[in-house]
Design a binder for this molecule. Structure first.
Ligand SMILES: [Zn+2]
Length: 286
């Protein structure tokens, strides 16, 4: 895949003929979480958001989110460092039936970190998760922007099956045995909502001012309508530390989960389910 200004210029993939998943639904969505604890905020130079209890907000809110997701397995991309900082929280995600994917060790930006350093970071993360009894099969490169061809050796040496980099909605691809399930910036809650990410939004040509909660809810609703109309696939990213800031955002998340669960048209697998199904069907093969 070639990325220009953060956007993938390749033809969009739709899948109206085969349908999505074992029940051949019209559309597919991957609901995902990113970032645990304060590693990512520290790395990005943001002030970690703490709860009144003194815990990091992502840790404080986790049991509540897992309760909301009781019947909806999702994929949580977690930095390897959390196997040391918050091993119990990591295990609680696994024990609740969710998939855990790797998200670097210290949330290293994959596009700007030297290759030997990032390879070591991913290897250490995957090993640490496996030592904790968490079988990791996927990877979301922090910072996002990188192509599957460049990631292939890193996925291969860690026996990973897929990556979820920054890309465009519908730009899913398969190369050899690897699958790419990209996400778009506008489908990332932190990107559209975080007051301190105005410069990043501006850099990608979006308004500097964060979305209102209602604008975020409408964005998700339009996305669901669009993928059903097109027969396509989207990946949504929620951050527990963003959700924990505001009850209204928890309400948006709760609404989104229920909308997916109640939709007869949308398949919502974990990323690893999506990638193995796509491989079996040769769905994204170029
Ligand atoms: Zn991240």
């Amino acid at each position: 895949l070639k990325f220009v200004d953060g956007h993938c210029r390749e033809k969009k993939l739709t899948n109206t003929s085969k349908g999505w998943g074992p029940d051949r639904k019209r559309a597919a969505v991957n609901i995902t979480f990113d970032n645990m604890g304060e590693v990512a905020e520290r790395r990005l130079g943001l002030e970690p958001i703490m709860a009144d209890s003194g815990k990091h907000l992502s840790i404080e809110i986790l049991p509540r989110l897992l309760k909301m997701l009781e019947n909806t397995p999702i994929t949580y991309f977690i930095e390897g460092e959390n196997t040391k900082a918050y091993p119990e929280a990591v295990k609680s995600v696994r024990d609740a039936g969710h998939e855990i994917g790797a998200h670097g060790w210290f949330h290293e930006n994959w596009a700007t970190t030297p290759v030997p350093d990032r390879r070591r970071a991913l290897q250490e993360a995957v090993e640490a998760f496996r030592k904790l009894g968490v079988d990791v099969l996927g990877f979301r490169p922090p910072g996002g922007e990188i192509d599957l061809a460049e990631l292939k050796p890193e996925l291969n040496e860690n026996q990973l099956a897929y990556a979820s980099p920054l890309g465009e909605e519908g730009a899913d691809r398969q190369q050899d045995q690897f699958v790419s399930l990209p996400f778009a910036w506008r489908h990332v809650d932190a990107y559209v909502l975080h007051p301190e990410l105005g410069a990043l939004r501006k850099m990608y040509g979006d308004p500097e001012k964060p979305y209102s909660n209602e604008h975020w809810r409408e964005t998700i609703e339009r996305t669901f309508e669009k993928i059903v109309a097109e027969g396509s696939h989207a990946t949504l990213i929620f951050h527990p530390f963003i959700l924990g800031r505001d009850q209204a955002l928890i309400d948006v998340f709760d609404w989104a989960i229920k909308a997916v669960d109640n939709s007869p048209d949308i398949w919502a697998p974990t990323c690893v389910e999506m990638s193995s199904w796509a491989q079996k069907e040769k769905l994204f093969a170029a």
